[in-house]
Write a new protein. Sequence first.
Length: 511
Amino acid sequence: MDQQRVIRDVAVRLPVATTVRAACQGAVNALGEYAPATISVLLQVSDRLRCIAATGSWQVFSTVPSKSGIVGRVHASGLPAVVPSVAADPDYLPIRPDVRSEICVPILSAGRPIGVLDLQWNEPADLEQWRDVAERIAGLLGSRIAMLGGPPAESRSEKLLRHAAAFAAAPTERDLTVAALVAARDVSGLDVAVLIATRPDGPQLNRRTGTPSPLETRVRAELDSAGPAPLRQLISHAHRYGASYTLGEPGHPAVGAHRPLIDAGVRTLVAVPFGTPESGGVLLVADEELIRPDPTTVNLMELLAAQAWTCLDRLRTLIRLREQASSDPLTGLPHTGPFGRRMRRTTPGRTALLAIDVDNFKEVNDTFGHQAGDRVLVGLARALEGALRAGDELYRTGGDEFVAVIDVARADEAVRIAERLVGAARQTGRTISVGVALADGDESPQETLRRADEALYTVKRNGRDGVALTPATPDAPLPRQRAAGDDQEPGGKEPGGDNDPAGDKEPVGGG
C-alpha cells in the first residue's frame, strides 16, 4: 500500500466538498478504493453518533448512543483503538457476521472529538499501517469539517421529534412542562419560553425550570406584577385568534396584554394556544432581539404545544385513574389495594393495626337511606383522619369498616390513639368500635389483622363504643374493654343502640 497516495487522494477531494456530508463521503470513497474494509464516518449530533457516510456494508447503524460500542469508546476517550479480534472485545457492535478486526480513530476539531473514522476488516490486514493512514485522514477530515462549520446540526423537525419522545416519557406534570419549555427554546432558537396556565384560582406562570436568562427574569417579574387580567387576556387572545408572532415592530402599537412583555424588553414573541382555554393556557416564546419568525417556526411551535398538551392530558388521565384505583371514591381514603401493600411493610413490635367498625351502621341505611349513610361515612372519615397523628394512615377496607395503621413504641400508646378515634367519632354523633393489635415478630400481617378483628368483636359483644387490645400471645386473656372517655362497664347500653351485634358487618378484613 502506498500510504502517501491514499492520503493525497483524500486531500484532493476534501477541498472541493462544500458540505460536511460531501466531505465525509468523499473521504470514505477515496479510502475505500484502497482499503478492503467496511468504512464509515460517525459524527456527534445531539447526544448520539450519527453515521454521515459509509461504504456499502451488510448493516449500518444510523445512530449509536455516544458511549456505545468501540466507536463510542473512541469518541468518549479521544484515543484510537486497534482491535485485532472483535470477538474478544465486549464493546464491539456487530455490523457484518464475518468481521474479524477493527480500527477506529477519533476525528478532532480544536482538539475535541467530534466523531470517529471506523474501518472493519473481514480478512487479515496490517492494522498498524492502516492505523497511521486512518489517523492522518481523520486529521484532514476534522480540519475540513471545522472549515465548513462543524458537524451537521439536527433539523428543527428532528429536534421536535426527539423532544416529543421526552414528552411521552415524562413521569409528572412538572417534568413534562420543563421538557416542553426546553423544547420550545431549542426548536425556535429564541431565548425565553414560559407557560401561562389556567388554574381554578386564576392564571399562573409555570415555575422556573433552572437558572433563567436575564430576559426571562424580567419577563416573569413584569407578568407577576401585572396581575391576572393581562395573563387572562394573553390566554384569551391566543385561543380566540390562534398563534401569533413578531412583537415590537417599530412604529406599531402592541396589543394591550403585551405591554408587560414590551416593558421587559421583549421584541420578538411567538404566542401559541396550549390545550383548552379552561384547563390549558398559552405558550410564550420570546427574545429581546428583533427577529421575524418564519411561518415554519410558528407551525413547529403549534405542533410542539399540541404534542405536549396531548401528553399532559394523557398523564393527567393516568394519574386520575391511578388515584381512582387506589382510593375510595366516597371518602377519598386509600382502600384495599394500598392497604395490602402497606401491610407488607409492618414492623414487628412497632406497627399497630386498629380495626374500626361503625356501630349500628345498617340501621342508618335502613332508616334514612344510603345517601344519609354515605354522609355519615364521609363525616367519620374526616373526623378519624383529624384524630390521627402525622404519619398515621387510615384505610377504608369495607362498607363501614376502616383500619388505621400506626407506628408506636408501646401497645398502650396504640390504645390511647384508638380512644382518641372513639372520642372523635362521638363528636359526629356516631360511635365506633376499635380493636387493637401490635404486630408480633413471629406472625404474618394477616394474622395481626385477624387479632385486631378479634379485639374489635370483643368490643361489639360488650356493648360497642370502645377499645380492646389483643395480646400477641394467642393464649393470653384479653384485657378488659376500655370505653373511650368514660367509665362504662362492659355490656353497658350505647346511646341509641342495643347490645346485639348481629346487625353488624363481618369482621374487618375477613374473607
